[in-house]
Design a binder for this molecule. Structure first.
Ligand code: MN
Length: 345
């Protein structure tokens, strides 16, 4: 393939020290949520490579990008972001993290773009921060880590957030986090709550709830991004459409106009994060089309060479490969075209 192909990785995690201080404080409380237990374990680990990798924005991360010919990382505050804090703390943490993100991009303008955090706990203030993030910090969209206190973005209290994203013409990336308390019990046994299955169950549910709640009839231009090849939804789309028609026919679902698959193609994009596997990519190309798929690594949780080798060798035309590697991300996130040859790595 062409040696000069541009690679934009679209689900790359970072953290700020204050966020980890906040997680440590929660870890000393009696709260036993899986988010808190997980971070308590990671932050207490003698092996600090993951924590160091998340906090670093100038050293090993850029070196990893250079070593793997990754041109740009689209950065997002690592899960669960600000969503386990009280509303005031969450708002302040989101604002701080977005400022730091903008500073990192200013230090490395050709190498980073970023998705802004916001606090769903305070929807109106979140909407104001979303405006600031786009209009003043020039960030590229938003990230939310699925549910907030067991509530989902389709609920009317969160509509100011959906309205802001649509008005700003900037997508919301719904990133995984553990399922909420009422659902997670059976996943805790045998450690199934995280990336092995629970994250997809939780995040796929969030995407499907947005569809069946009808919010895309209210906000038709809203764009949602799902990682991990669409969190299972593209694979299930025939059955979802079939059952949706049945449920609408008997009147137990009647709040939306189109078949779910039509919203999936119109309002969603997916990324390849953590799914370096050709069969689901080929399925997603058929179900969603090449214009709706973007490449991702999930650095530093997963390894850059795996993602690069997968996409370099994926059974697609070079044109589709370039779409998935860069052109879709440039369009969807407003990431500027590559700088002149002298300034590129
Ligand atoms: Mn991730």
């Amino acid at each position: 393939m062409a040696a000069d192909v541009r690679r934009i990785a679209t689900e790359e995690a970072f953290a700020v020290p204050e966020q980890f201080d906040g997680y440590r404080a929660l870890g000393q409380s009696t709260w036993s949520s899986p988010d808190v237990v997980f971070w308590n374990r990671v932050l207490g680990n003698e092996d600090t490579r993951l924590v160091d990798g998340l906090l670093d924005l100038d050293g090993a991360r850029i070196a990893d990008m250079d070593a793997n010919d990754v041109d740009v990382q689209l950065l997002l505050l690592t899960s669960p972001g600000v969503q386990i804090f009280d509303a005031d703390t969450a708002c302040e943490m989101a604002e701080l993290a977005n400022d730091r993100l903008a500073e990192a991009i200013a230090r490395h303008p050709d190498r980073y773009a970023g998705l802004a955090a916001f606090a769903p706990q305070a929807p109106e203030r979140a909407a104001r921060e979303m405006e600031r993030a786009i209009n003043e910090l020039h960030l590229n969209g938003f990230v939310v880590n699925s549910h907030t206190n067991g509530e989902y973005l389709d609920q009317e209290k969160f509509w100011p957030i959906l309205e802001a994203a649509e008005a700003l013409d900037a997508p919301i990336y719904i990133h995984p986090r553990p399922l909420p308390e009422p659902a997670i019990g059976p996943y805790l046994e045998q450690e199934l709550w995280a990336g092995i299955w629970g994250y997809a169950a939780e995040t796929g549910l969030h995407g499907l709830r947005l569809i069946t709640s009808g919010v895309f009839d209210r906000f038709p231009k809203l764009k949602i991004v799902l990682g991990h090849m669409g969190e299972g939804l593209p694979f299930f789309v025939y059955r979802i459409d079939y059952m949706s028609r049945l449920l609408r026919q008997i009147g137990s679902q009647k709040r939306y106009e189109l078949d779910p698959s039509e919203y999936l193609r119109r309002n969603f994009l997916i990324t390849t994060s953590g799914m370096n596997h050709a069969p689901p990519l080929e399925l997603c190309l058929k179900v969603l089309g090449p214009e709706n798929i973007m490449w991702a690594i999930d650095y530093p949780y997963q390894h850059s060479p795996d993602a690069v080798e997968f996409m370099d060798a994926a059974p697609v035309s070079d044109d589709v490969r370039e779409q998935i590697y860069a052109r879709n991300a440039e369009r969807v996130f407003g990431i500027g075209a590559r700088a002149a040859a002298a300034g590129s790595p």
